[in-house]
Ligand binder design. Structure first.
Ligand code: ATP
Ligand code: MG
Length: 544
């Protein structure tokens, strides 16, 4: 592992700081993540009294030299990042250089480490190094943390029973063990093994070893990739009749709490009596995930969240229901079950795969072609269709606005704009209606407003906001009509002509279009879909 350095002050300020160590499970988490970052192939965790008396983690990773072992206990001392650019593409679990320093402040700690050349033993407590000794040990690191919070009595009170703390630790370690199947894990409490698994070849093999038979038998593998995104792991088939703890979401192998993804997965299984089991790892380019939003790194923010969640749902849905979309049935009937229409982005896609479609053998369409960055070409059972991507999206947004089903999404970077006197007048007249449509404002000073939430399905930037106000100011008295305002917002928020779409985005758009009540004409009356039957094509080609 690279040499440890203390981060410069300007970089420290960019790191989400805060309470890192709150209970034994946080100690174990930090030590295990360090072992994983050090490239360990075998990690042994031994706790006593649920971790309240000791937490010990032993690994066979890169280890540390003597100088590094001492530095490791200082705040902001890390070998994992050097610059702000590195924060934006984190590939390791750690990066703040804060964990060991926080642990040593509130416990007694014993570190034995060797980089394969020389071994070092450090004894420290309450933030101070007491002794540094030579040590005989193979390459790797063993850290024993005792008497957590011995010097912080108020914190001691917040710890729960040994059983409770042990359960948290067991759940945590199994989340790492599932996603790193090739690494051997041992977890023991008071000398008794809780689990002891050798290296496995796959996530499914590992999950089957760690979870009860009934859960394990229901598991199927997910393995999908598209461009820079991949989705892999295991999910249970519907109909699980067992409670279990296998509910893990990972982003770039980091276990995370991601309520939006969790909810989307539950909806996929149609809110079952027993929650589904899943361990899904979403791998994206490290630059498109912000791991630096929560001090314990247990929450991350995907920059392309809506797209990734949508993709995940499609992939899981296909895996568990094995039902691809059948465009012909939907188009032929020109309608779908009402429940399908005008839900949020994610729900639309999920529902449109399973409902409102007969199972009669029809040609399924999963391939889409984008023409001139503007139209989507798709094959159907009886011929072909061409869809105008802009007006299709406009229709989807318009219907969701009119049904009051818009989901609003907070902006990471709110948009501040200065309005002209005329635009401000329009703003005052329409702000309630616009808020209802998912555009939320704060007033700043005289004519400056800050937009901090936008409809999650719309693609609205600063120019579009300005465009919305100038268009609204040109429609005169019609401004009083909700339908008119909705038309303007839908048009401005819809995907533009010329915008490149991935095949998943095209499929999602088509699914959602045919889940609207009127998929054939846009809110301004323009056609959305053109169709040709095989007979028409044959006729044009003189095939009789
Ligand atoms: N088990 C280990 N094996 C090898 N090196 C380690 C181990 N544990 C810690 N280190 C070294 O000590 C440094 C400090 O560890 P610490 O956990 O405090 O910070 P970090 O992992 O860099 O960031 P974070 O605070 O986000 O965990 C690490 O950057 C790493 O170089
Ligand atoms: Mg760390």
């Amino acid at each position: 592992m690279a040499k440890i350095k203390v981060l410069p002050a300007d970089l420290r300020d960019k790191i989400a700081a805060g309470e890192v160590i709150t209970r034994p499970v946080s100690v174990v988490k930090e030590l295990v993540e360090n072992a994983l970052d050090a490239g360990a192939k075998k990690i042994e965790i031994e706790i006593s009294n649920g971790g309240k008396t000791t937490c010990l983690v032993n690994d066979d990773g890169s280890g540390m030299g003597r100088e590094d072992a001492q530095l490791a206990l200082e705040r902001y001392a890390t070998s994992k990042i050097l610059s702000l650019d590195d924060i934006e593409r984190i590939r390791t679990y750690g990066f703040r250089g804060e964990a060991l320093a926080s642990i040593v402040q509130v416990s007694r700690i014993e570190i034995e480490t060797s980089d394969g050349l020389a071994g070092t033993k450090i004894i420290a407590e309450g933030g101070l190094i007491k002794r540094i000794l030579d040590s005989e040990r193979p390459r790797g690191t063993r850290i024993k943390v005792s008497d957590l919070f011995y010097n912080l009595p108020p914190r001691l009170k917040f710890m729960k029973s040994a059983n409770w703390e042990r359960r948290l630790i067991t759940n945590l370690i199994s989340s790492y063990a599932v996603i790193s199947p090739h690494i051997a894990f041992y977890l023991g409490d008071n000398g008794r093994a809780i689990f002891n698994v050798p290296g496995h070849a796959s996530v499914i093999q590992r999950a089957k070893k760690l979870f009860p038979r009934k859960v394990a038998d229901a598991l199927v593998e997910v393995d999908f990739s598209l461009g820079a995104i991949s989705i892999a792991g295991v999910v249970s088939l519907p109909g699980l009749t067992e409670r279990h703890g296998l509910k893990y979401i990972y982003v770039n192998s980091r276990p995370v709490k991601y309520p939006r993804i969790y909810r989307a997965l539950l909806e996929l299984y149609q809110e079952p009596q027993y929650p589904p089991a899943f361990a899904v790892n979403i791998t994206v380019d490290p630059e498109s995930v912000d791991a630096n939003i929560h001090p314990t790194k247990s929450e991350v923010k995907l920059k392309d969240e809506r797209y990734v969640v949508d993709l995940l749902c499609q992939v899981v849905r296909r895996t568990i229901y094995k039902k691809p979309v059948q465009l012909d049935n939907v188009i032929a009937e020109n309608k779908v079950a009402p429940v399908v229409a005008a839900k949020g982005f994610v729900q639309d896609t999920i529902l449109s795969y399973g409902e409102g479609q007969s199972t009669e053998a029809g040609r399924t369409t999963e391939e889409f072609w984008q023409l001139h960055g503007t139209y989507i070409l798709a094959q159907t059972k009886s011929g072909m269709i061409i869809v105008d991507q802009h007006v299709a999206h406009e229709r989807i947004i318009y219907e969701s606005i009119m049904k009051g089903k818009v989901q609003s999404q907070r902006l990471l970077f709110p948009i501040t704009i200065d309005l002209t006197p005329e635009e401000y007048r329009v703003y005052e007249k329409t702000k309630l209606a616009l808020t209802d449509m998912g555009i939320e404002f704060k007033e700043f000073s005289s004519r400056t407003i800050v937009i901090d939430s936008l409809p999650s399905d719309a693609r609205i930037n600063r120019e579009e906001i300005a465009g919305i106000f100038s268009e609204l100011s040109s429609i005169g008295d019609l401004i009083k009509e909700k339908t008119e305002i909705a038309r303007v917002v839908a048009c401005r928020g819809a995907i533009k002509a010329g915008q490149k779409l991935s095949s998943v985005e095209m499929q999602s758009l088509i699914d959602r279009l045919f889940a609207t009540e009127n998929p054939y004409t846009c809110p301004h009356g323009r056609p959305i879909v053109l169709r040709w039957t095989i007979e028409e094509l044959a006729h044009k080609f003189g095939r009789g």
